[in-house]
Write a protein that binds this ligand. Structure first.
Ligand SMILES: NC(=O)C1=CN([C@@H]2O[C@H](COP(=O)(O)OP(=O)(O)OC[C@H]3O[C@@H](n4cnc5c(N)ncnc54)[C@H](OP(=O)(O)O)[C@@H]3O)[C@@H](O)[C@H]2O)[C@@H](O)CC1
Ligand SMILES: Nc1ncnc2c1ncn2[C@@H]1O[C@H](COP(=O)(O)OP(=O)(O)OP(=O)(O)O)[C@@H](O)[C@H]1O
Length: 363
């Protein structure tokens, strides 16, 4: 079935639509999603806000950003839009772990993006500036502890990990020049081992081709326990076509491929925007279907839907702006692209809960 306004048809999108919220479910504030960004660094305030700005255009109600406590970053992010609720991460303190319990920040969060704009320990700006480097390391530990705590609550909140979040997964000790940073590296690795294990049913990794090169060699070294299909990680490899599937120690097993044409301009930030589209859709999948059995294949259909929306938004922005097209032009086209992919889905009359009840009564 396609809904009024939709111009593309694909089985993955058709299967995903019944899981989307209905107009009748939009009654309370937050019902269309509460989006959390664990993003940004003083160097990349843009990437800090792209996921949330995209989520707002997708249709989420509320966007929260929990950012490293740096005044310029917090101010620039707040100035981007009054709809962004920005607060600062607490400084990480090993002795006071309760500060990093997810419930302190949750406000019924429905989805999380981790990674865009965090920067990397290898950034030249950290080379001779131990204060900035320590600040970065501290923020990463705070963020990872909050992520792990979210998984321990077993609340099925989807988490999209992108950009510098992926770098943290794939970084090697050899890349880290300063010996004094090695204990930090060990802590990050240990936290990620737990996060990827506990969250393999709700985490999506979204590498670009370059990041995938590093991810593939990391997983082939069997550093993370993803040896079989049970604990395979869900992964989207972005490129001219987007490849969506499962990652195990043996490599990538493709399930879906999104080959819709996007815009021709490869401006920076489009991957960050895509995280906002995918996290919103997966948040809706979990939060509006609490009684349904959600599988990893449902997640992959949601990722495919997000990729389609992003490609269409890129195409529409490029038609209007040509080579002057920037990430914010693409974000502005998300509502039109969502309509072209999903049509007027919110006004349909049936969702997956109705369909499954139907199946049960018919048996
Ligand atoms: N407006 C904004 O605020 C924007 C901010 N942005 C932010 O910028 C940040 C960087 O994102 P990016 O997309 O530029 O990084 P990307 O090209 O993947 O890699 C860069 C180089 O790293 C090197 N490398 C070494 N080790 C590696 C490893 N383990 N894993 C991966 N790469 C590894 C590798 O070198 P090579 O392999 O070529 O030797 C590669 O050439 C990120 O925070 C993002 O959010 C962007 O979104 C744009 C808009
Ligand atoms: N060669 C390509 N041709 C067409 N579209 C592409 C190509 N490469 C990437 N894309 C699209 O651009 C979007 C962002 O993917 P990209 O690989 O640029 O991510 P990224 O490097 O993580 O982005 P960012 O600049 O935010 O870090 C995706 O929708 C992807 O499908």
């Amino acid at each position: 079935m396609t809904y009024k306004g939709a111009i593309i048809q694909h089985p993955a999108i058709q299967k995903f639509i019944p899981y989307l919220p209905l107009k009748s479910q939009m009654v309370i504030k937050g019902a269309m999603g509460r989006h959390l960004s664990l993003t940004g660094s003083p160097r990349f305030p843009g990437a800090a806000t792209f996921p949330a700005m995209s989520a707002l255009q997708m249709g989420v109600d509320l966007t929260y950003l929990l950012l490293p406590p740096e005044q310029n970053l917090l101010l620039l992010s707040r100035m981007k839009s009054s709809d962004l609720m920005v607060s600062s991460l607490p400084l990480y303190d090993e002795k006071n772990k309760s500060k990093f319990e997810f419930k302190n920040y949750s406000n019924n969060i429905t989805c999380i993006v981790f990674g865009p704009g965090l920067s990397r320990i290898t950034d030249l700006s950290y080379k001779n500036n131990s204060e900035a480097r320590n600040f970065y390391k501290n923020s990463v530990l705070a963020q990872l502890n909050i992520l792990l705590s979210s998984l321990e609550q077993n609340n099925k909140i989807p988490i999209v990990i992108d950009a510098d979040g992926l770098f943290l997964i794939t970084q090697t000790k050899e890349q880290i020049e300063n010996d004094e940073d090695h204990p930090w590296f060990d802590k990050v690795r240990s936290l990620f081992k737990q996060i990827l294990k506990n969250g393999n049913d709700r985490i999506i990794l979204t590498p670009n081709l370059n990041e995938y090169k590093y991810l593939e060699s990391t997983i082939k070294n069997k550093i993370y326990d993803i040896s079989d299909s049970q604990n395979a990680l869900m992964c989207l490899i972005k490129g001219r076509t987007d490849k969506i599937g499962f990652l195990t120690d043996d490599g990538f097993n493709q399930v879906l491929e999104c080959d819709i044409d996007g815009g021709l301009k490869r401006c920076g930030g489009l991957g960050d925007c895509l995280t906002g589209c995918i996290s919103t859709l997966l948040g809706w999948l979990e939060s509006t279907n609490k009684s349904a059995k959600i599988t990893k294949h449902d997640y992959l259909n949601g990722v495919f839907t997000g990729c389609s929306i992003m490609k269409l938004a890129g195409k529409r922005a490029f038609e209007e702006k040509g080579i002057s097209c920037v990430a914010e032009d693409v974000i502005a086209k998300i509502p039109q692209a969502r309509e072209e992919a999903l049509g007027d889905f919110i006004n349909r009359t049936e969702n997956i809960n109705d369909t499954s009840t139907d199946k049960i009564t018919k048996q």
